[in-house]
Design a protein around this ligand. Structure first.
Ligand SMILES: NC(=O)c1ccc[n+]([C@@H]2O[C@H](COP(=O)([O-])OP(=O)(O)OC[C@H]3O[C@@H](n4cnc5c(N)ncnc54)[C@H](O)[C@@H]3O)[C@@H](O)[C@H]2O)c1
Length: 291
């Protein structure tokens, strides 16, 4: 078995920052890379704040906080991921961007390094095709917010070896996450349901059927969900939702997966969701993490 000790994460946005917390908290040496130094600084500050809150709430032993931060290293240099046993990619939902990144990573990382993608909608086999190591490539789809949600949808591409998949699966369990196996299929399990469902909620707002707060309240009350679809979309971000819709609709041609015009108008207005302080709901701060 290929033992995983050092974890690389490429992309320090909403998802990458959360996945880095999961890895460092589970005791793995964790290196998180982004091309933007400010993304790394923001994640470092928010990670410390999240861990402090976890200690206050009794979810993390006080002595663990400095240990987790010591395991967490941010970098703008891709070469710093050279000693990683697995690299989880969480950059923009764009095949060309992912291909370019994996081509660079393939030149930097040793042969044993497993590559994983956190993509929500793009085919694992297609991303793997541009990675130079399609046999050592796997889909690992974490849920938002990764530091709180246990589910990871794990999918092999057509060329993924069973040994690679098993190593990644055991790593996922060692992270303290709950892996579920799915085929390489648009939206896997969760987003196959969620993207059209969330778009339906947006269309109710577009049509003036109900206010966002009332739609969220109805769904939470009736279905027992911890968060309404519009609250969830504010966390996901309208920019990411647009990319998810375009990828999912392009693959499936499912009309309900098409990006609602309101999302495009909200992006133009800068109402991306919680990260800009305003989306379907208004926020007092732009913090992304709760404890
Ligand atoms: N937001 C969600 O709800 C969610 C949930 C599960 C999976 N995903 C998937 O995770 C991935 C990331 O989504 P996100 O919401 O975190 O996006 P995001 O926009 O918040 O973050 C993306 C980050 O990647 C960085 N980046 C872009 N190109 C890069 C490169 N070449 N090298 C290094 N860093 C680069 C950006 O600077 C940015 O910080 C996407 O594939 C998305 O589909 C998103």
């Amino acid at each position: 078995m290929n033992e995983i000790r050092t974890v690389g994460i490429a992309g320090c946005g909403t998802m990458g920052a959360g996945i880095a917390i999961v890895a460092a908290r589970a005791g793995f040496r964790t290196r998180i890379h982004d091309t933007r130094a400010e993304a790394i600084e923001k994640a470092r500050t928010q990670t410390e704040a999240f861990l402090r809150k976890s200690v206050e709430r009794g979810k993390l032993a006080p002595g663990k906080l400095p240990e987790v931060m010591a395991a967490w290293t941010g970098t703008t240099k891709l070469e710093d991921l050279a000693d990683c046993d697995i690299v989880i990619e969480a950059v923009f939902e764009d095949l060309a961007v992912k291909h370019e990144l994996f081509a660079q990573l393939d030149a930097v990382c040793p042969a044993h390094t497993i590559f994983a993608s956190n993509t929500s909608t793009i085919s694992i086999t297609e991303i793997a095709g541009g990675s130079g190591r399609a046999d050592r490539f796997v889909g690992m789809h974490f849920c938002l917010p990764a530091q709180l949600m246990k589910l990871v949808e794990m999918s092999p591409g057509i060329n993924t070896t069973e040994a690679t998949f098993e190593t990644a699966w055991r790593f996922c369990e060692a992270l303290g996450q709950k892996p579920v196996r799915t085929q390489d299929s648009p939206g896997f399990i969760l987003n196959y349901f969620l993207i059209p469902f969330n778009n339906d909620a947006i269309r109710l707002v577009e049509q003036g059927v109900a206010e966002p707060a009332d739609i969220d309240l109805a769904i939470k009350t009736a279905l027992g969900y911890p968060m309404g679809p519009l609250e969830l979309l504010d966390l996901v971000g309208m920019d990411t939702q647009r990319l998810l819709c375009e990828a999912m609709h392009g693959l499936t041609h499912e009309p309900r997966a098409a990006c609602p015009p309101l999302v495009k108008r909200m992006i133009a207005a800068g109402h991306l969701g919680k990260k800009t302080g305003r989306g379907f709901h208004a926020y007092g701060d732009t913090k992304m993490f709760g404890a």
